[in-house]
Each structure stands twice: as C-alpha cells, then as structure tokens.
Design a protein around this ligand. Structure first.
Ligand code: SAH
Length: 341
C-alpha cells in the first residue's frame, strides 16, 4: 500500500495520470480534502468519481502513525509520542507562541550524528522517517489541539539533512497552497553541518530558513562535541554557509549551545564573532539542557548574558533562546523516546 501523505501534489498528479488514468486536477482536489477539510475517508471525497474513490481506498492508506502519549508541560509546551505501524516511535513537540502554533518534528528514528551533549545520540539509529510520517506528526498534533499549525521546525530527533530527499518532499507538501499552505518562511531546517546537503539546499529554490548547529569555535572542541566536524570542519562548514547566503540571499541562523566551563568564555564569544563576522546571519544562544547521565552542565543566566553582550558589542546580532518544555523533557536535545527505554 502507498501512503497518501508521501506525495507532493506534482507526484500525485503524475501518478493519477499514469496509473489511475485520471485528470490532473484530481490531485489538487485530493489535497484539499486531506489538508484543508481534514477528510481522510476517500469515499467521502464527494467531488471525485465514485470508481476513483474506490480505487484510491484500495491503493492508499492514510494514517500509519498514532498518538500514544501526550505530555503537557507547565509552560503550555506539549510533547507527543507517535507510534508507527512497524512499531517504531518518535517524539514531536508543540510550542504555543502568541504568533501561532509551532511544531518541532523528528526526521529519523534515532540519529547517526552522535553529538556528545544530545539525548538523541544515545539512541541507536533505526531508520529514516518517510515524508508521510513527517507530515503525519503535524497533522496529528493539529488534530489533537483542534487548531492550525503555523510554523514548523525540523529540530526533533534525527539529522534532517541525513534524510534529505524525504525532508525536501515534506517541505514541498507543507508548502502546497491547496494543502496546508505553510509558507516556506515559516519552516526552519536545522543541520549539524552536512556540507554537501547545505550546498544542495541552496539550489532547491525553497525559501525555508536554515539553522546551523555550530556550538564550538575551534576544531579541537567541535571534533569532540560533534563528530560530524571530523568530516566537515568549521572552515568547510562556514564556506558552505557563505555560498548558501550568496546564492539565496537568505540569512542563516547559527545555533550555539553555551556549555558551562566548555565554550562559555568571552574568548569563545570573540572567536565566534571573528568566524561569522560579515556574514548575513543571526546567532541563537541556547543554554545547555543537561541530559541524564551527561557530563555537561547549564551555564548561569549571567554567563548567557555576558556571552550575548560580547557578541552584540562586536556587531553580531545574537539572542538568547527562551526555554520551553524542559519539565517534560521536551526542550532542545532532550527528545529520546524516553518511555521505551
Ligand atoms: N540534527 C539537527 C537537528 C536536531 S537538534 C541539528 O543538529 O541541528 C536541534 C538543536 O538542538 C540543535 O541545535 C542541537 O545541537 C540542539 N541540542 C541538542 N542537544 C541539546 C542540549 N542538550 N541542550 C541544548 N540544545 C541541544
């Protein structure tokens, strides 16, 4: 069986023509039912021919994931655990802001990046999520709260650029004006720094935001924190970022986790300013969220502010990210399908 949520409108159009002998506008009709009317029963898609509805219901399944646990934090952040029909589970987080509902999606079951500070690195890698599974996380959250989702961040479990094609497809599905119509500017993809994919992404013609997890200013430290640095060091990474900015004219966000006693000095801030100086970028400072059994600890608010000020004083725009959901292990880097270990 094919999963209907795996398809972009263009792919579905092609499939309808080639395999179902149907007119091309039927794909747009199907998208409207699924993503705008929340109608998942093909038989009820009343403007499709009856024989087509029957054919579709024989060829496609709809939800292959279901909500298994929901955990509401004191600050209104909600963590969901979704189970796929093959038994694998992923976590998804909903953050309610005054500008709308933002969903943080997972892209893989487990992660291959093995960042030293991240809970997801403690999971073994199982598999990539399909585009449909990425889309279902958003639909299921929206269904649970009975509200629309306005922003998507690809910052849950997994490395989005290690599942590049499926993530690109998911973005195109989210973008579709006849579907959810979530504008690319409301979508953010975060990567640990896979250089070939950053360069490829620059050529996609997708206006989504790009975040780079930098976290260190020397290769010595970044090698230790993020093994991906051994393949693509800071110089290669920043060169790729510059090319991306040149091609897209879009601002990059650098994520920098401030880790107490590790990368939190004014000297680190100065090195960071030197590295990104002159680039069209913004720096997001995140206080480390300590993970269970981890060896790193959270810096004080004072350290965070001095670090930010040191960057600002050097002409670099930097803000401290507000922490949400830490009481339900829904904060950055804490997702790890904890119920199942
Ligand atoms: N693999 C992608 C996206 C997932 S992680 C990436 O690396 O960007 C999303 C963000 O959370 C990344 O910036 C990541 O470095 C950060 N993060 C991971 N563990 C964290 C922790 N313990 N505390 C704070 N941020 C963390």
């Amino acid at each position: 069986m094919k999963n209907i949520f795996d398809y972009t409108v263009d792919e579905l159009t092609e499939l309808y023509i080639s395999e179902f002998n149907q007119k091309k506008y039927r794909a747009v009709q199907t998208f409207k039912w699924l993503y705008q009317e929340n109608e998942y029963d093909f038989f009820k898609m009343s403007d499709l021919p009856l024989n087509m509805r029957e054919e579709l219901s024989k060829s496609f399944n709809v939800f292959t994931m279901k909500e298994e646990k929901v955990n509401l934090s004191n600050d209104g952040t909600t963590k969901f655990l979704f189970r796929s029909d093959d038994g694998t589970a992923v976590e998804t987080v909903l953050m309610k802001y005054n500008f709308g509902n933002s969903v943080c999606v997972s892209t893989q079951v487990g992660c291959r990046m093995k960042c030293d500070f991240c809970a997801s690195s403690k999971l073994s890698f199982e598999r990539n999520l399909t585009p449909g599974e990425i889309i279902q996380q958003i639909l299921l959250v929206s269904k649970h709260i009975g509200e629309k989702i306005s922003n998507i961040v690809f910052m849950g479990i997994g490395e989005p650029f290690d599942n590049y094609d499926n993530v690109m497809k998911a973005i195109r599905i989210l973008n579709e004006p006849h579907g959810l119509g979530i504008g690319a500017r409301h979508i953010t993809v975060s990567t640990s720094g896979l250089v070939p994919q950053i360069l490829k992404f620059a050529d996609e013609g997708i206006q989504a935001n790009l975040s780079i997890s930098l976290h260190a200013t020397t290769n010595e430290l970044r090698d230790k924190l993020m093994p991906v640095n051994k393949a693509y060091n800071i110089k290669l990474l920043l060169e790729a970022c510059k090319k991306y900015i040149e091609k897209t004219n879009r601002r990059i966000t650098f994520e920098y986790i401030v880790i107490y006693g590790v990368n939190d000095t004014i000297r680190d801030a100065c090195r960071l300013a030197d590295l990104v100086g002159g680039m069209l970028c913004h720096i997001n400072l995140i206080p480390l969220n300590p993970i269970e059994g981890g060896s790193y600890s959270r810096p004080s608010q004072n350290i965070m502010m001095s670090f930010r000020d040191a960057l600002n004083n050097r002409g670099i725009t930097a803000t401290i990210r507000r922490e949400l959901g830490s009481d339900v292990n829904a904060a950055c880097g804490q997702l790890r399908r904890q119920y199942f270990e």
